[in-house]
Design a protein around this ligand. Structure first.
Ligand code: CAA
Length: 395
């Protein structure tokens, strides 16, 4: 392996759902003070998928601009991370590979470890590129965060996909060694195969997340990582944006960082802007945080950024990255803002109907209503098969 070769994120793009619901709808429905959501957990709205959207359509939508810009020829691997998979056997990445018209000379696989899966994919992609620097790897994180109606988790739902092109000599971010790692067998958040909504022990999950921050940071230090003070921003997995502040306060306690409130806010604020209105997107959440940081910060060239990935159950990783000079030319700030702003607001009743919708499981032929606005749609299910297609322009 060539250790002097720079490998990292060459392009980054995300997509979210057709609908959004403002937290004022939830506050009204449950008689909760809106500030609990806006300030207490740091969320203003959540992305809600339309009937003809799922993790595959969002993933393909996120990755399409990357393929349009760079071409498909060098992409020999697609790694798709999700914890809301649509099939127990077939990788959702194979549908995405087909929708995007990627070359048949490719390996395609799905990875799972709760919200951590995309970071595993990113690190595996970097290793593949180190071995074969001419190849590029498409990493996609795509998820729909769904909890039971009326449960405390309901306010932390959301949906999005983030796509990254990993290459040698990247234009946006060089990924650094070492990584700090942490794993612990804990039941803080999980979803048995027979359930469409996740189960969570909210308070335990927050404690488990903070223990993982500490564990991964300690390992990072032991592996010879940078002093915390060298990082100019900290990107955390954000199940809700307030979690980034809680995580950073805890890191400050474990390291030599200043834990004053304004320092905490300054370190994480720019990473939270997209997540605040999209909600949790599980595997994609950390990378939406990264996109938010890059899109909203003044020149970060040559700055070191820390990333912390947490997947309940649990696995965590803390790693550093350095922003490449000239990165601004690669950013997709306008498209990202459009993806958020173009969502159609819905009320609680509409959201509830979508939440309760299920895809028929009897193997019959069902067409799905044309609802979404993205470039791909889940058109039908037939004989237990999902049928995806490009969306035809509406007349
Ligand atoms: N004004 C301002 N703040 C208010 C307020 C008001 N009127 N009312 C309440 N608050 C504050 C509370 O003081 C509390 O703040 P702190 O956390 O700083 O103490 C905050 O709002 C939340 O209030 P509660 O703790 O009472 O909220 P809750 O019990 O209803 O649920 C939750 C919060 C546990 C996060 C719940 O939404 C949940 O279970 N979410 C899903 C699990 C989750 O996201 N866990 C995170 C770690 S696990 C992970 O990261 C993996 C993953 O993606 C799931």
């Amino acid at each position: 392996m060539n250790h002097t070769l720079a490998v990292g994120i060459h392009d980054l793009s995300f997509a979210t759902s057709h609908y959004q619901m403002n937290h004022s709808e939830l506050a009204r429905k449950y008689g909760v003070d809106l500030d609990k959501y806006r300030i207490g957990i740091g969320q203003s709205s959540m992305s809600v998928t339309a009937a003809d959207e799922d993790i595959v359509t969002m993933a393909a939508e996120a990755a399409k601009p990357i393929v349009d810009r760079h071409g498909a020829a060098d992409i020999r691997t697609v790694l798709l991370a999700t914890e809301t998979g649509v099939d127990q056997a077939k990788s959702a990445g194979v549908y995405v590979h087909s929708l995007l018209g990627l070359p048949s000379s490719a390996r395609v696989v799905e990875l799972k470890q709760a919200c951590y899966g995309a970071t595993a994919a990113l690190q595996f992609a970097a290793a593949l590129v180190h071995r074969e620097p001419s190849q590029r790897v498409l990493v996609i994180a795509t998820d729909i965060a769904k909890y039971e109606l009326g449960s405390p988790g309901e306010a932390t739902q959301g949906a999005a996909a983030a796509a990254m092109l990993v290459s040698a000599d990247p234009a946006i971010l060089r990924i650094e060694s070492p990584s700090g790692l942490f794993a612990a067998d804990i039941m803080d958040f999980w979803r048995p195969n027979y359930r469409s909504t996740a189960l969570v022990d909210g308070k335990t999950s927050i404690t488990a997340y903070l223990q993982a921050v500490e564990g991964a940071w300690k390992d990072y230090v032991e592996q010879g990582g940078r002093p915390a003070a060298e990082f100019s921003a900290f990107c955390y997995h954000q199940p809700f944006t307030k979690m980034a502040s809680k995580a950073h306060r805890h890191l400050a306690e474990c390291s030599n960082l200043d834990g004053a409130a304004h320092e905490i806010l300054g370190a994480v604020h720019n990473t939270t802007i997209y997540n605040r209105s999209i909600g949790n997107s599980y595997t994609a959440s950390l990378y939406l945080g990264l996109a938010s940081l890059l899109d909203h910060s003044r020149d970060l060239a040559d700055q070191h950024i820390a990333l912390f990935s947490y997947g309940s159950g649990s696995v965590a990783e803390f790693f550093g990255a350095t922003v490449v000079p000239g990165y601004g030319a690669q950013l997709r700030t306008a498209a990202h803002r459009r993806a958020i702003e173009r969502r159609t607001p819905i009320d609680y009743a509409h959201y509830r109907a979508l939440h309760e919708r299920t895809i028929p499981v009897d193997g019959g032929d069902y067409e799905l209503p044309e609802e979404g606005s993205g470039p791909y749609r889940l058109a039908a299910v037939s004989g237990h098969k999902r049928i995806y297609e490009p969306r035809m322009p509406r007349r």
